[in-house]
Design a protein around this ligand. Structure first.
Ligand code: UDX
Ligand code: ADP
Length: 457
């Protein structure tokens, strides 16, 4: 039996540890966080993150072999294996601002581990997405003190996507484990593999060195995001040429070499990883003097920002360049469906731009209203939040769909149309709704990458 600790009870740490606790009954799993409120919620039925299926797993394991608390130093003392899953946002100040990773939380954790560990051998597992060679830096910190503990740093990046975390954790495409290339490193990798082998088949466990593992995580996210920017760039061309982006995505995706996934045009990708990781990757390339490579990856982010801006400009243009006092309803604020997470959601810049035009913005989201309130708290203008879509659309002129929640498909759009000011407009930032039906009801419909359907010219 090992004492397994996870530092950081966020979107990655919480679900991953719940899964290990579910399958590795012989181990005691503790999750700590400096944020006491977050820990209190992990100990309640109102978990701090919304993830389908998570509450059931937490409830089954909590108090049995899964524990949440905020005594970070105390927990480190007993730990044999420490997963580090703290936040590594993009730096907002100094050298590399807006690109490099802000490693202050990560470094503090490394120093907390060094100061408090007591066991003779401790495996430290990097779970947070980190810049390449961070494991090496962590080893240096851990070896810098007088501790008698021997450390092995392992990179085990997490590939779960929000909204489908439980499925991704249960049946991962692969589990990547990178270790130091020495006897100690191999032993550490073996021990981490053993945990996963409780439910993941051996052929899915991919063992490699630390640097390849760190870089693979960045590249996987960069390549997924690149596909979205590619298809989004073509959505703009479709709008000029009357081609249909859905047909193009389908035709392209049926080429088995390309594949069908991540080819859905959107108002822009969001989430805590894509933008951040591409910027890290780009910064890393610049650091090594690979300016063309850095620029290539940075363009994926540029296209993404342009796509959101393009969407906003379409609304503005169709409203005769005047949004003053017009009621615009945002359907969805989360960066994707089935999550309450709004980090880097395209809804944030969209909201800012609409308020900049003095629009009256109303926000609806089934799970993300609390986070949305935090995101917009410094924005000035006429902004309100709604729990009921039918209340939100009263007197509205424009609906913009930002997040493809299933429940938006089930809305009564005839009832919605009745409540809106005419002519009524829908801008579908996900091509999620039934455009033909909406047009028949009377809406002017503006899809992405498809010809608009206008009653008025
Ligand atoms: C991503 C990676 O998928 C995951 O492997 C990694 O561990 C973390 O980053 P996540 O950000 O949670 O996961 O969600 P994901 O499903 O990848 O979606 C990211 C964004 O891309 C969302 O805003 C989503 O709406 C958007 N997207 C996705 C598109 O715009 N089009 C698509 O075809 C797919
Ligand atoms: P991710 O999406 O990578 O899981 P989150 O921001 O959701 O990132 O979670 C990271 C968590 O790490 C936060 O809850 C934060 O409070 C916690 N954290 C940051 N620094 C420390 C630290 N030094 N000790 C313990 N927890 C920390």
């Amino acid at each position: 039996m090992s004492n397994i600790l996870c530092i950081g009870a966020g979107y990655v740490g919480g679900p991953t540890m719940a899964m290990i606790a579910k399958f590795c009954l012989e181990h005691k799993i503790t999750v700590v966080d400096i944020n006491k409120d977050r820990i209190d919620r992990w100990n309640s039925d109102d978990l701090p993150i919304y993830e389908p299926g998570l509450l059931e797993i937490v409830k089954e394991a909590r108090g049995r072999n899964l524990f949440f608390h905020s005594d970070v130093a105390g927990a480190i003392k007993d730990a044999d294996i420490i997963f580090v899953s703290v936040n590594t946002p993009t730096k907002t100040f100094g050298e590399g601002a807006g690109k490099a990773a802000d490693l202050q939380f990560w470094e503090k954790t490394s120093r907390d581990i060094l100061e408090n560990c007591r066991k003779p051998w401790v495996i430290v597992v990097e779970k947070s997405t980190l810049p390449v060679r961070t494991a090496e830096a962590m080893s240096k910190i851990l070896e810098s003190g007088k501790s008698s503990t021997k450390f092995s740093v392992v990179s085990n990046p997490e590939f779960l996507a929000e909204g489908s975390a439980i499925k991704d954790l249960t049946t991962p495409d692969r589990v990547l484990i990178g270790g130091e290339q020495n006897e100690k490193g191999r032993k550490a990798v073996e021990q981490i593999s053993e945990l996963y082998s409780h439910w993941v088949s051996k052929d899915r466990l991919l063992l490699t060195n630390v640097w390849s593992s760190e870089l693979s995580k960045l590249v996987a996210n960069a390549m997924l995001a690149q596909r979205i920017s590619s298809i989004n760039s073509i959505s703009a061309l479709c709008e000029r040429t009357e081609a249909d982006i859905t047909e193009v995505s389908k035709a392209v995706g049926m080429d088995s070499r390309i594949g069908t996934k991540f080819l859905e045009a959107s108002i822009g990708f969001g989430g805590s990883c894509f933008r951040k990781d591409i910027l890290h990757l780009s910064y890393l390339c610049e650091f090594y003097g690979l300016h063309e490579v850095a620029d290539y990856w940075a363009s994926v982010v540029r296209i993404n920002e342009w796509q959101t801006d393009r969407f906003f400009h379409k609304i503005l243009l169709e409203q005769f360049n005047n949004l003053t006092d017009k009621v615009i309803v945002l359907l969805g604020f989360a960066f994707k469906e089935n999550t309450g997470d709004t980090r880097d959601s395209p809804a944030i810049p969209l909201c800012e731009k609409l308020l900049g035009e003095h629009a009256n913005v109303r926000i609806h989201d089934p799970k993300a209203l609390d986070n949305a309130r935090i995101d917009v708290k410094n924005m000035e203008g006429n902004l309100s939040f709604y729990e009921d879509v039918y209340d939100a659309v009263k007197g509205a002129r424009v609906i913009t769909l930002v997040t493809h929640w299933q429940e938006y498909l089930e809305l009564d759009f005839e009832r919605i149309y009745e409540k809106m000011v005419k002519p009524a407009f829908i801008f579908d930032g996900r091509n999620h709704l039934d455009h033909k039906k909406l047009f028949q009801i009377g809406f002017n419909v503006f899809p992405l990458g498809r010809p608009p359907m206008r009653h008025i010219q």
